[in-house]
Design a protein around this ligand. Structure first.
Ligand code: C2E
Ligand code: MG
Ligand code: MG
Ligand code: MG
Length: 292
């Protein structure tokens, strides 16, 4: 009796799992097809140097323009494919598309840097650098120093010396690296010591709460100090208000990105947005903020 129940339960579980596997497989196929059907698009979010009042570049952020469901954000479909080579196809598509756009924006500002998020699996492929070189060669008007790659701490955990070697090979070409969501991982310090990063990107969760939570303020301040002592640039993400901007400027972080400057926007809105952007309000807020 007990055996039968056990077997039934087992069978039940099995078919449930089958179902899950099938669903996952279908969803992965769906995402793979999205690349082929040309349904992926990049939005761009500006990065601002508050002190200079200048836009220094754009981060490319992936969206899926689904024929039925509309615009879908990356967190709703990248996790489905991050452990398969579909993430590599997507990553290479993103690189090409971002470089193509940057090429068309060069006349507006030849100094802009385009930032591209790279998934761990893509980044750690043995042929990553070779293929990246080939992609860059397709866009001869865009020199490699106009490309920045954003990687997450978790990208490096598996094999830090391999990751370091890839970073150094890319840097030899002129490409720079930002450590995204910095401060959220468990090993930020050793990571920093062993990886040749160019930029630390303070995670938005700290920025969001720094005006109400003393600990987050100290964390933001510490990352800025860390960047300074390692000779790295530092940028804050998730800057939503002028008060955020003002506080960051006081703490010595001039580079900011967030809804307070601009939300990610379609490529064809970028140039007109930049032309109409005015940084004056940030300066006023900075001047009126009481001392820390
Ligand atoms: P991320 O690289 O840390 O990007 C920042 C995310 O925060 C973006 O979400 C952006 O739209 C959002 N954001 C920017 N400013 C603000 C703000 O002021 N407030 C709030 N609440 N949010 C803000 P998004 O576009 O949904 O991207 C989420 C994550 O997906 C990215 O985090 C990145 O890790 C990943 N991702 C995006 N595009 C790509 C891509 O092309 N390839 C890969 N591998 N990953 C990507
Ligand atoms: Mg990023
Ligand atoms: Mg981030
Ligand atoms: Mg993030």
């Amino acid at each position: 009796q007990a055996k039968v129940t056990g077997r039934n339960r087992h069978h039940f579980f099995d078919s449930d799992l089958d179902e899950q596997v099938r669903t996952h497989h279908n969803r992965r196929t769906e995402v793979r097809n999205a690349v082929r059907a040309n349904e992926l698009v990049l939005f761009y979010q500006p990065k601002l140097d508050m002190r200079k009042g200048r836009i220094i570049g754009m981060e490319a952020l992936l969206r899926w323009n689904h024929p039925l469901r509309g615009i879908i954000g990356p967190m709703d479909f990248l996790p489905i494919v991050e452990h398969s080579d579909v993430i590599v196809d997507i990553g290479e598509w993103v690189l090409r598309e971002a470089l193509r756009r940057l090429q068309s924006w060069r006349a507006a500002d030849p100094q802009w840097v385009i930032s591209v998020n790279i998934a761990a699996r893509h980044f750690q492929r043995p042929d990553f650098v070779e293929r990246l070189k080939a992609i860059l060669a397709e866009y001869p008007e865009v020199p490699p120093h106009m490309l920045e790659l954003e990687i997450l701490e978790s990208s490096a955990l598996s094999d830090i010396s391999h990751v370091r070697a890839i970073m150094q090979d890319c840097q030899a070409l002129g490409i720079s690296f930002a450590l995204d969501d910095f401060g959220t991982g468990y090993s930020s310090m050793s990571y920093l010591k062993r990886l040749p990063a160019d930029v630390l990107k303070i995670d938005q969760s700290f920025v969001r709460n720094m005006l109400v939570d003393r600990d987050d303020l100290h964390l933001v301040s510490a990352v800025i100090g860390l960047a300074r002592s390692f000779g790295l640039k530092v940028i804050a993400e998730g800057v939503e208000t002028t008060e955020h901007g003002a506080m960051l400027m006081r703490l010595g972080c001039d580079l900011v990105q967030g809804y307070g400057i601009a939300r990610p926007m379609p490529a064809d809105e970028v140039l007109s947005w930049v032309a109409s952007f005015d940084t004056a309000h940030v300066w006023q807020a900075a001047a009126s903020l009481p001392p820390i």
